[in-house]
Design a protein around this ligand. Sequence first.
Ligand code: NCD
Length: 529
Amino acid sequence: MKVNVFKERSLCVAADFSIDEKKYLFEQTRLLKEAWYRNDEKILDGFRIKDMDFGIYEVFLEDSTRTRESFRNASEFLGVKLSIFNSDSSSFNKKESYIDGFMTLAGYNNQVFIVRSRLEGICRWLQLQGEKYAERNKLGYKPAFINAGDGKHEHPTQELLDEFTLIEDNHWSTDSLHIALVGDLFHGRTVHSKADGLKIFNNVKVDLVAPPELAMQKQYIDKMKENGFKLRVFNSLEEYLAQPDIASRFYFTRPQLERMGERILKRQDELREKITFREEFVKKLPAPENTFFYHPLPRHKEHPTIPIFLDDLPLNHWEVQSINGMFIRIVLLSAIAGKIGGDFSGATVENTEYKEDFIREVSPDYSRPKVLKEGINPLANGVVIDRFCRGESKEDIWNYLYKTMRIMGFSRYKGSVGVGESKKAPGVYKGLIFLPEIMELSAKDLRRLAAVTAGCTVNIVKDNKVARKLRLASPPRIYKIKGTGCTNSECISHYTHCEHVPPEFIRKGDGALECYYCGHSHRFKDIWK
Ligand code: NCD
């Protein structure tokens, strides 16, 4: 039997749905929206779940109007059992973990959770644990978790409605998009979801307009570049509007005061000015009749960055954008319930398989007998780690050598470290570790060493000869390695939250290590606590 790929699906980040899947959902949304305004009950009924045993739980641990209420109205239209969790009087205040709290609700016949929290990556963790909980307790369904905004990380359902609105306004074409993202690009999660989301358009040009204090983080910029977007950066709207190539789509996002630190808050007036649209700017827009403004809302009533005078101009597309939110969410929930989606036939997201072949045994070069030295004495027996942090500065190598000795537990043994210059490439430095008391490294040690360094060579020396030589490449995924941790204090896996989430990192093309939960980017040296 054909499986419905949408059934029981979680949506934690924008990349959780493939482009084909999103196109399918958008077609359904178009159908629903048209039927809605024609009062075509027959079509509308095709979306309704009509099952009071199907439980949808809204768990909002941060404030919301549009997201929470559009999901609530969508659920009522769908005819399901809707519950709204009151976190203020819950056992979370008795220091209960999120897993224990959410799993309890999952056990009461609730299939879908809509979750907003300041903790980044919480939905991924709930999704993974939800599968295990359902199996252990034979629930007969797998609970799905929808991220309704997690800290400054992502907001994938807002992304769906934004994309739908952009495509609708583009006469249903996904050929190209030129958009200016204006505002708090640092804390604004809706713009972060665009880094993967806008891939739905074939040619994407993004202009980032924000003062440096509110600029988009490198990890999202890198992702946009990786996805082939053309990027330009501007410090203010004034600067942006003074150049000739102005986008016809503007996406504003408010300064996220509640996420800002003291230092930036003090300067909020000055920063806000750089991203606020002024009356005199209207005439700088090349074709105001074909320029559309979007905003996920809310806007600040005292200091709106899209002022009230714009409401009556044809620029105003944020209202229709907000209305589309309910349609998109009806379709999404209907698909997760398996009511629609059975006729989908496109590509779904691929599960990444991580190759574990990063430790490679190479044959020692016997033709060139080499004596590895410890200080001035030759090392007759033991382990020599070579090419450690090759190519980095001498100072960095020294610092990291000592740290690695501690991380690996080598400091308990006799040994020495050194920094040498490459013979083949003068000016290129590398670290060396000599361990005369250690005769072998276990598979676990090697795995850990590979995670600690970005590639090195391990020589096992016996009777003055290299008996075994192992080249360690960087593992594509670092997980279950004690001593590592995400450095983002808002991440669900950060130790301060005591949620017992084992840290996990995925290596990106440029060697950066991305936290599996919150997406925070690290250099390999930074993940060690
Ligand atoms: C956004 C959010 O919560 O991230 N709002 C929304 O969901 N419509 C944007 C914001 O709060 O500024």
